[in-house]
Design a protein. Structure first.
Length: 495
């Protein structure tokens, strides 16, 4: 038995060593270029298949939004596929004046709506009909989804986009001989975007919001963030408030784009069958032509320090749900890896402590999960524990058992086996990241945008490996304490 244990430890240590060497080798193979306009280009050659995996990350997300324009980052993600002055239109000279007319009419509608009860309903009806007619006239020049179709016809796969509280990203995989095409398209849409079909896309986004708002747990999570944060921009829903979505104008969208989508806030990442010198040559030809803009500075706010535990209940047509959130520092803080280790030990996987206690042993919950970095990582964020209680379980018992498990972790050092398990899982996540070219492209660009250094991707293993039992006890007693937490309880709405 002891011999088998030594063999396991040896193999694990060897695997970690080999993985660390592999990560180091990959890091050394990444070429980082800063273009004349301030854009960053990352290139990682992988010549095993004739594919390039491309990611573009813009350093802008929901956390940069102000009251009145919540959801505008997500709105822009949608509009980025609507084309440019060259793509998506049959006659740009005829289209642009009609689009301007649409926006003028919409501005008049908003002015009248702001009068509230005194608004002239007949005038509003007339303006809305005018807008509908103008949209129809503009649509006659639109080539639907031409941007996507160009990529599809050239062998694209996994074309996608996503908006988070911190970043917006666009991804695609292409045959390696389409590198120049990708750069041409990216340069065009970040230099000459035309926000056509603006009002149709607004309706698409509103429908998407209605779909999300139809989920009781989604509504509860949004309410939870507003209870936890007073001024932190993470308190706002990523998709935006409905009134804001309805009232955002094309001029506001354009101003937001001009402010945050300049080259200084863009990171382009390519992983695959690519020569760095050729990539740089093409980048200088295309990507370097994107307007530089201003570098986006961190959002300045002062979240009041929480002095006592917050507890609230929320009724909805749903099964019970518990969220426990502790305010923790941003991902750039040296202690952040410790929270990752604690989250793994407490509530990630079937062998984690809270899962074993609440699900396996006492059968109080159907599922539990803990994680850090919610809902973003640039600013102060949350360490969350989520619990789905069994239908007839006592919520008080669930909370008591969680507190008992937290108290154990506050006072008793974790075992070497548990720490080894965490490091093994981090190792496996690192290996998985190496296997996906597109995932690696995204991670490189994301870490460059988040930390200003793509190398943070490769240092995770070492940082987690350096976490000690004393670190865990310190954080458990200094940060993961009752006065720094908010408990939200979703209960089934009484009929």
């Amino acid at each position: 038995m002891f011999k088998r244990y030594l063999t396991t430890v040896f193999l694990l240590s060897l695997a970690i060593l080999l993985s660390a060497q592999g990560l180091s080798t990959i890091e050394e193979d990444v070429h980082r270029f800063i273009l004349e306009n301030g854009a960053t280009l990352l290139v990682l050659p992988r010549t095993n298949v004739p594919i390039i995996n491309c990611a573009t990350v813009a350093n802008v997300g929901g956390s940069r939004e102000e009251p009145g324009i919540t959801g505008i980052s997500h709105y822009l993600e949608h509009m980025a596929f609507k084309g440019t002055e060259q793509i998506g239109t049959t006659d740009i000279e005829s289209e642009l004046p009609i689009l301007a007319e649409c926006h003028r009419i919409f501005d008049e509608i908003l002015i009248e709506q702001e009068k509230g009860k005194d608004a002239d309903q007949e005038l509003l009806a007339s303006l809305e009909q005018e807008l509908e007619d103008a949209i129809a006239r503009a649509d006659q020049y639109v080539v639907d989804n031409e941007f996507n179709k160009i990529l599809d016809l050239n062998g694209s796969r996994r074309l996608n986009a996503a908006t988070s509280m911190d970043m917006t990203m666009y991804t695609v995989s292409l045959p390696s001989n389409k590198l120049e095409l990708w750069m041409l398209l990216e340069a065009d849409r970040f230099s000459n975007p035309v926000f056509r079909q603006f009002y149709q896309e607004r309706d698409v986004i509103l429908e998407e919001k209605r779909m999300y708002d139809g989920s009781p747990t989604y509504r509860f999570a949004n309410y939870f963030m507003k209870e936890v944060f007073d001024v932190n921009p993470y308190r706002n829903p990523l998709i935006g408030e409905e009134d804001d979505i309805r009232s955002i104008t094309e001029a506001q969208l354009r101003a937001y784009f001009d402010k945050y989508y300049g080259a200084r806030n863009l990171v382009f990442s390519i992983v695959g069958d690519v020569e760095p010198e050729r990539a740089l040559e093409l980048a200088n030809k295309y990507l370097a032509k994107i307007p530089a803009g201003e570098r986006a500075e961190p959002v300045v706010f002062e979240e009041p320090e929480q002095q006592e535990e917050r507890l609230f209940s929320y009724e909805d047509r749903s099964q019970p749900y518990i969220m426990i959130g502790y305010k923790i520092p941003p991902a750039s803080h040296p202690d952040f890896p410790i929270y990752s280790v604690i989250a793994d030990i407490l509530g990630q996987g079937r062998t984690s402590r809270i899962y074993q206690a609440l699900v396996e042993e006492k059968q109080l919950a159907a599922h539990v999960y803990s994680y850090n970095g919610a809902p973003g990582k640039v600013y102060e964020n949350l360490f969350l524990i989520n619990v789905i209680p069994m239908q007839d379980a006592s919520l008080e018992e669930c909370l008591e058992e969680i507190d008992r498990q937290l108290a154990i972790l506050q006072n008793e050092p974790v075992t070497s086996e548990e720490l080894a398990g965490v490091k093994r899982r981090v190792l496996m996540r690192s290996i998985n990241r190496l296997e996906s070219g597109l995932g690696l492209a995204v991670q490189l660009a994301y870490n460059e945008a988040l930390f200003g250094d793509f190398g943070e991707l490769f240092s995770e293993l070492e940082k987690v490996d350096n976490v000690t039992e004393e670190d865990i006890i310190r954080i458990m007693n200094e940060v993961l304490v009752p006065e720094n937490r908010t408990i939200g309880i979703l209960t089934t709405e009484s009929r």
